[in-house]
Design a binder for this molecule. Structure first.
Ligand code: ADP
Ligand code: ZN
Ligand code: ZN
Length: 733
């Protein structure tokens, strides 16, 4: 007897290749089985999607090739995983093969069966030797951690019984992480094969979080029970984590957005920390939102669990269901996979979903220890000495803090010394020859660097256009603020009489492996008094001695054309403020300083009250009036080409040819426009906004548009097109 498995292989995004390829097999293959199949002259990794006993109509035995091998050391990818991948491909308008294979660790593609078997054996050995000598104490009689605050206890209780996604709206320092840890613990104790996925925006920024999970769970569940998944890992590490999750030996996966696709057969809880963070949205390939997929995945996993429980009740199981055995779940109660979205400044999408009752909102407004949130102090820059970059009262306040042994954070979202170098004689500016952007002046290594394409040159001695020797920086970046503060605070003494110390943390200072940890440690240990940095210093850190945080250049975001800019600014300033006064004893003195030329701006009034609900309500009214998300639905058609004209021509043809497509009357296609930074690395970039009041209509229209777009590529006007892509639910338009 022969079988005709349909197999998903990695197909380029827009190759137009059908969803799957049919092969021949002597064996019945389970859906989700990993196989190696011939494709052209190569042999590639594939995922079995289906395994019928009849070939598809019109296909003969001679036309099909046989499956080369089955990775039989690995259990098949389960139905929930396949469903999430299928949904992601459909929703984000990519091929199934691209999404499915990108969701697997790259090294898996290269491994043959023997290599895989060897690896799995090594893993098992390592695990056996790492496990605690006694049976692991999964009861966690003494779980460690704190006694829960009343708010934390309530949140946990509500999570356990929730039947919808949970939005944990908790102030900075309210103990959200402790809720994640306890919720994880509950899940792990509920059964021997249960698993938890914890997602964070950028794992490297918060080594503390990983440490807290390891400390809490490894003693009881073994050294291999917590694994990480993120793009900073080597391919071998990624494969190892992935295998641990897939085979169930890892109980907790801690990862960035890519982790939403991890294979987790016992998944019972997904935590999305800082759910508002833009880094959950992928900006290349399938431009998925890991937060949104997490919500979808929890629903799919819950349905599978419910179906499994029903099957168990009505007789012997037909097939081994994910984690269906030995999870120890009580009779009668409906097993679920919960999803917990946490933030002090939730995305307006999630906030709106909670307003509508689609999500359960749990609030933890109080800080642990009863500390207060920092007081907001606006510095009116109209009343500061001309040319002052740092207002004298701010510098004085910092000096006082340092003298008391407290620490300060200074936030500026621009790295380098100055964003532009200019000649005041002839007007030359340090533009990038390859981009429509300026190159940033980095004083430390005396370079001009393009932050878009990376083009770097030594700073010229004289103006390249007129020879003037007097070329000078315009504007300021973190390097310059660090330099200025070191000067301004030169006479300030710490309590022990030693001079104040200023340091900087940004993408430049943390480029070398391990340097971020060293810099964070210097702050935690009190070696550094003032840390200047980009938004990476505002995120998630549990600093204990910071009592003053300053945002020194927030205004640009107040008037940005991007409709999400206010939301981002508010979140950033709230996050930054959240780094101050985390020690309740010092919280009374904690302050957030914001330098602005527009102190009357309404955003600051709500920020002053830490009133996120009021801010969100205002923003949502504006969004509703404008038909913007979450009230309207958007996609972008993006085109890159050698010239702007070609990029726009492609978009215009695509719009013309959309006429007559289903639901076209429910779709608005806006004119093609260049991107704000129109040229990057000598490629011209343009986009077209696609909008609809209905998500379903937008989805169906986009699916119908796909084949048309493939066709438009070969239009004569589009010659010179480099690439195109659809971005569904784009973050900035
Ligand atoms: P968030 O994630 O909401 O900003 P964290 O979870 O980091 O807050 O908690 C802030 C601080 O309070 C941490 O140092 C944490 O160890 C501590 N903490 C959390 N919960 C409790 C508790 N119930 N009792 C005492 N300390 C706690
Ligand atoms: Zn000049
Ligand atoms: Zn450039």
């Amino acid at each position: 007897m022969a079988f005709w498995p349909s197999v998903i292989v990695a197909t380029p995004a827009h190759s137009g290749v059908g969803a799957s390829l049919t092969y021949r097999s002597e064996l019945l293959l389970a859906p989700g089985a990993l196989v190696r199949v011939p494709l052209g002259s190569r042999e590639v990794l594939g995922v079995v999607w289906d395994c019928p006993t009849q070939p598809p109509e019109g296909l003969t035995e001679a036309q099909t090739k046989a499956v080369a091998s089955v990775l039989d050391g690995l259990p098949p990818l389960n139905g929930s995983w396949r469903q999430v991948v299928r949904f992601a491909a459909q929703y984000y308008q990519r091929s199934l093969g691209e999404v499915a294979l990108a969701a697997l660790p790259p090294q898996l593609r290269e491994l043959g069966n023997d290599q895989l078997a060897r690896r799995l054996k090594r893993r098992a050995k390592a695990l056996a030797s790492a496990a605690p000598a006694a049976e692991p104490d999964t009861t966690l009689a003494r779980p460690g951690g704190h006694d829960l605050s009343a708010e934390q206890a309530e949140a946990l209780q509500a999570l356990a019984t929730a039947t919808a996604p949970v939005l944990l709206y908790g102030a900075t320092g309210s103990g959200k992480t402790e809720v994640y840890l306890r919720a994880t613990q509950q899940v792990l104790q509920a059964g021997a094969h249960t698993q938890v996925l914890v997602m964070v925006p950028e794992i490297n920024l918060t080594p503390q979080l990983e440490a807290r999970f390891r400390e809490r769970f490894e003693p009881a569940f073994g050294a291999g029970s917590v694994v990480c998944l993120h793009s900073g890992m080597t391919p071998a590490q990624r494969l190892s984590s992935w295998l641990a999750a897939h085979t169930g030996s890892a109980r907790i996966v801690l990862g960035t957005r890519m982790a939403v696709f991890a294979s987790l057969p016992g998944l019972r809880l997904i935590v999305v920390d800082e759910e508002h963070d833009p880094s959950y949205k992928s900006q290349e390939g399938a431009r998925y939102s890991a937060r949104d997929l997490a919500v979808y995945r929890a629903k799919v996993e819950s349905e599978a669990l419910a179906a499994g429980a029903a099957a168990l009740r009505s007789g012997p199981p037909q097939s081994p269901l994910p984690g269906g055995e030995g999870t120890g779940e009580g009779e009668g109660e409906k097993p679920r996979c919960h999803v917990l979205l946490g933030s002090a400044t939730p995305s307006l999408e999630s906030w709106h979903a909670a307003d509508q009752g689609r999500y359960v909102r749990l609030a933890m407004p109080g800080r642990i220890g009863g500390g207060s949130l920092p007081r907001l102090r606006l510095v009116d820059m109209n009343h500061q000495p001309k040319g002052a970059v740092l207002a004298p009262p701010l510098v004085a306040a910092m000096g006082e803090r340092i003298a008391r042994g407290e620490q300060c954070l200074v936030l500026l979202n621009r790295r380098g010394y100055a964003p532009v170098l200019a000649c005041h004689d002839c007007g030359w500016k340090s533009g990038c020859p390859h981009c429509s952007a300026y190159r940033v002046f980095h004083k430390l290594d005396r370079t001009l660097r393009c932050h878009h394409c990376g083009f770097t040159e030594r700073v010229p001695r004289a103006c390249p256009d007129c020879g003037n020797l007097d070329i000078s920086p315009v504007g300021r970046g973190t390097e310059q603020i660090e330099e200025q503060l070191a000067g301004l605070l030169a006479d300030v003494k710490r309590p022990d009489g030693s001079p104040a110390r200023v340091a900087r943390m940004d993408a430049d200072s943390t480029r070398l492996k391990g340097s971020l940890e060293i810099q964070l440690a210097a702050l935690h240990s009190g070696e550094v008094d003032v840390l200047v940095g980009t938004q990476m210093i505002a995120k998630g850190h549990d600093f204990r001695r910071i009592t003053l945080v300053a945002g020194i250049n927030a205004d640009s975001a107040l008037f940005a054309s991007d409709y999400r800019a206010p939301e981002r600014l508010f979140a950033l300033l709230m996050q930054a403020a959240g780094r101050a006064g985390r020690d309740a004893a010092q919280s009374g003195a904690a302050e957030m300083w914001v330098q602005t030329w527009y102190p009357q701006h309404p955003l600051f009034a709500t920020l002053k009250k830490h009133d996120y609900p009021a801010f969100a309500a205002e923003q949502l009214i504006e969004r509703e009036q404008a038909g913007m998300p979450p009230y309207g639905f958007q996609a972008l058609l993006r085109a890159d080409a050698r010239t702007q004209q070609v990029a726009q021509a492609f978009l215009n043809i695509a719009a013309e040819q959309a006429a007559g497509l289903p639901l076209r009357d429910q779709i608005t296609l806006y004119p093609a426009v260049p991107l704000t930074i129109q040229r990057v690395a000598n490629v011209e970039r343009a986009q077209m906004l696609v909008e609809s009041a209905s998500r379903g209509a937008l989805q169906r229209f986009l699916s119908a548009w796909q084949p048309v777009l493939h066709g438009c590529r070969s239009a004569p006007e589009a010659r010179g097109l480099v690439r195109w892509a659809v971005d569904v639910d784009p973050l900035s338009i």
